[in-house]
Design a protein around this ligand. Structure first.
Ligand code: NAD
Length: 509
């Protein structure tokens, strides 16, 4: 049984039916990665709590589905204003629990807010199609209707942005929603739930639960949930996709990545090196769009590597809330150790260590320095795995063709980039590379909110990407209505040229 929250500072509540609640049962710990200290506790929900959330979302659904589109848009506009006013507070929660720097956290919340801006345009986005006279006195139109109760399961690395890819779109479309954020970073989601309520969202439309595999499995197997959006690592994404498909749920499951940047000899190498430093080491490499492999073509390699080394050595490492710090800690001790073991493995398997970040200058917390490996080959573990830390590997090739072949043979296909001064090379790359999001002299090509985000191959299981029009399509079902209204003032045209009823396949026109 749940009891109303006694909002202890150290326990992050769940949010069900418009209220904070602290369920009894298993608890997890939330850390400040910059100090290694436990700062809060978080409840790990079981089937009963998930069922409560589904009941609240199901009860709120009929009224929200039938609310006018303008009302839904106005609630969204108010939520947008509140998110803008509270952006810094949410960024602080992210820095405290994830470790990324405050300016980086601010930027990520901003990218999430842009999805709310897009969702404010829902009256325009939900317009259907209409064809007059598809037969005599017969018209056809389409409507986009919500799917029902939707759920989102999100990773640790973007505590606000990734949830914001999902729930504003789903709710603007008329669905109700249950969010299960990463148990490592639970607070930003609860803050957003409070703000959404303040914006006028009816209770039960947006709910937040916490936990691990137990909570996730309860979501995947609950018959009252109709669609699931997932973002996280590839093995879990595949599991989510398969389980939801088996259970008859609509599903989109975004997975991990190994993003390559090709640098051609005609690129502005200074510009490319600056861009790559940000893309590889920003957020300590814990971004699904981080560049973790550089494919240096021909004579670009030597000067590029010395520029990367020089710039990576200058990165200021420390707690994310300290002024001037550029790279914070990894999210957990376990993850820091895993990344460190990849650095050790890279040395063992013969990659050339240009920069070794395994002994960072900061003592407490989960820090690593920037690591740069040269002469990496495709059979090495440091290339094959998504390390998800501040480790950049360089592969040397002699042609653009070879670079494209390497990228296309990688099982991941989230993002990629090319740095070049040649329009022809860029065009060929754009055309031939088999990756979902491509940057041309842009290192992290995360699409703006009115386009859709998603990779190919092992980086996405499902068909529809998140936000933009594909987000609207994921959270709605199209219904096609065919209508006959004979003109009663002109009785002779009552039946038009429609054939008399019979057993044959009806035709129109
Ligand atoms: P994760 O897969 O470990 O966890 C993601 C979510 O799944 C969390 O909510 C977690 O509680 C849950 N989960 C974990 N293990 C589970 C299990 N065995 N069964 C059911 N649910 C489980 O991912 P993470 O470590 O939180 O995040 C990092 C990963 O997310 C990286 O691989 C990164 O590339 C990926 N990511 C991808 C994108 C994208 O857009 N493709 C965006 C951000 C992060």
């Amino acid at each position: 049984m749940n009891k109303p929250a006694e909002l202890k500072l150290d326990t992050v509540p769940v949010w069900i039916d418009g209220k904070p609640v602290v369920p009894q049962g298993r608890m997890g710990e939330v850390y400040n990665p910059a100090t290694g200290q436990v700062t809060k506790r978080v409840p790990f929900c079981d089937d009963a709590v998930i069922d409560q959330a589904v009941k609240a979302a199901a009860a709120a659904y009929p009224e929200w589905r039938d609310a006018s589109i303008l009302r839904r848009a106005r609630v969204m506009q108010k939520f947008l204003q509140l998110m803008q006013a509270n952006q810094k507070g949410i960024a602080r929660l992210i820095t405290e629990e994830h470790g990324k720097t405050l300016p980086d956290a601010m930027g990520s919340v901003q990218r999430g807010i842009e999805v709310i801006e897009f969702a404010c345009g829902i009256p325009q986005l939900l317009k259907g199609e209409y064809s007059e006279n598809v037969g005599a006195a017969v018209d056809t139109h389409t409507v986009r209707q919500p799917v029902g109760v939707c759920a989102g399961i999100t990773p640790f690395n973007f505590p606000a942005m990734v949830p914001l890819w999902m729930f504003p779109m789903a709710i603007a479309c008329g669905n109700t929603f249950i969010l299960k954020p990463s148990e490592k970073v639970p607070s930003a989601s609860i803050r957003m739930a409070e703000l959404f309520k303040e914006a006028g969202l009816p209770d039960g439309v947006f709910n937040v639960v916490h936990g691990d595999k137990v909570a996730v499995d309860a979501i995947l197997n609950h018959p009252g949930i109709h669609a699931v959006s997932f973002v996280g690592s590839t093995p879990i994404a595949k599991y989510i996709y398969e389980t939801c498909a088996r259970n008859g749920k609509r599903v989109q499951a975004l997975g991990g990545a190994k993003n390559h940047a090709v640098v051609l000899p005609d690129a502005d190498l200074e510009f490319a090196a600056d861009a790559l430093i940000g893309a590889a080491y920003g957020s300590a490499g814990e971004r699904c769009m981080a560049i973790s492999a550089v494919v240096a073509v021909g004579s670009a390699a030597d000067p590029l590597i010395s520029l990367l080394k020089k710039k990576a050595e200058m990165i200021k490492i420390g707690p994310g809330d300290k002024e001037g710090v550029e790279m914070g800690p990894l999210v957990s001790a376990q993850h820091r150790d895993k990344v460190a073991s990849f650095i050790a493995q890279g040395k063992k398997e013969g990659a050339k260590t240009v920069l070794d970040g395994s002994a960072p200058p900061v003592q407490e917390g989960y820090f690593l320095g920037a690591t740069l490996f040269d002469n990496v080959t495709r059979d090495m573990e440091v290339y094959k795995n998504e390390i998800f830390g501040p480790v950049l590997v360089v592969l040397r090739v002699d042609s653009l063709e070879k670079a494209i072949e390497i990228i296309n043979s990688n099982p991941y296909a989230n993002g990629t980039a090319i740095f070049t001064g040649s329009g022809g090379a860029a065009r060929r790359f754009e055309n031939e590379v088999q990756v979902g999001m491509v940057g041309i002299n842009v290192p992290i090509p995360v699409p703006v909110a009115f386009y859709s985000f998603g990779g190919w191959k092992n980086s996405l299981f499902g068909d529809l990407h998140v936000h933009g029009m594909e987000g609207v399509k994921f959270y709605t079902r199209t219904k096609v209505i065919t209508t006959r209204w004979p003109n009663t003032d002109a009785p002779t045209s009552r039946l038009g040229d429609t054939p008399a009823p019979g057993l044959n396949m009806p035709t129109l026109g």
